[in-house]
Design a protein. Structure first.
Length: 276
């Protein structure tokens, strides 16, 4: 091989193609062979191509095959073309956001998009797709925060809410009151984030077993337990064993208790030892 084909030489050549098209005149940007070569190596170079090449099917498909984000630089006509968008979305679901808005509410395309990024459910805003359980479930399984984008009716659906709190316990705050009082839903939330106990019903915040699950995930969940449990020595001790500063949230004089303060100091020392 000649020295021209070394990785460094090839990298220089690619940088040159980018610069040549970026800084080039109209004739350079309209050079189909040059643009094809450039987008095959760096799809985003499509932004510098002449408008007629941004509307050239082969050029655009070559660009999005290299980088699906290049779809944003395709002509309006190709961004409206379902087959082109389908190819981009099959490669990377998030490409749908670069397609024409008329395709955002295509159920199959939106399904592929939310499987890659649940929060792209927002592309279905204003349509019945936000009430489509299968679509919403796929979105919240990828990112629980998508629950906020779904139709409010979805917050009443136990399967959807459980999936949402499994990726972010704080999403329990979006659940219906009925589901905030559901042991399965609350357990899923506090196993991910003990502090989600804050959004559980007052009945479940009095449930010792549930509170201990929350505390074992984050000792400071003690703050959101019922007053009775915050004044229970054994429960407070569990919380302190997980997070020493949880002692601040104890009630009934336990935060000033000598034995518990000593215990908190010991736990702090143990944690520091582990960190060394």
């Amino acid at each position: 091989r000649s020295h021209h084909s070394t990785p460094m030489a090839m990298e220089c050549q690619l940088e040159n193609l980018w610069a040549i098209l970026r800084d080039g005149d109209a004739a350079t940007r309209a050079d189909r062979g040059l643009v094809l070569e450039a987008v095959a190596d760096e799809g985003m170079v499509l932004q510098f191509a002449a408008p007629e090449l941004q509307d050239d099917l082969e050029v655009v498909l070559t660009a999005i095959d290299q980088d699906t984000d290049a779809l944003q630089y395709a002509s309006d006509a190709l961004r409206r073309c379902r087959e082109v968008v389908k190819m981009a979305v099959a490669k990377q679901g998030t490409a749908l956001q670069h397609a024409d808005k008329s395709l955002w509410t295509d159920r199959d395309l939106l399904m592929a998009a939310v499987r890659a990024d649940g929060c792209l459910l927002r592309l279905g805003e204003g349509t019945e797709l936000l009430q489509d359980k299968e679509l919403v479930l796929a979105a919240v399984e990828q990112d629980g925060d998508a629950l906020e984008l779904a139709d409010p009716e979805m917050r009443l659906d136990k399967q959807v809410v459980v999936a949402a709190v499994r990726t972010n316990g704080e999403n329990l705050k979006l659940a219906s009151e009925e589901l905030q009082d559901d042991v399965d839903v609350v357990t899923a939330a506090i196993k991910f984030d003990g502090l989600a106990l804050k959004f559980a019903s007052s009945r479940l915040r009095e449930d010792r077993e549930l509170v201990l699950i929350a505390i074992n995930q984050h000792g400071c969940a003690l703050e959101f337990a019922s007053d009775n449990l915050r004044a229970n020595r054994a429960v407070v001790r569990e919380a302190v064993n997980r997070t020493p500063r949880a002692l601040l949230f104890a009630l009934g004089g336990l935060s000033e208790d000598d034995e518990l303060q000593d215990f908190a100091r010991d736990v702090r020392c143990r944690i520091q030892e582990k960190g060394r």
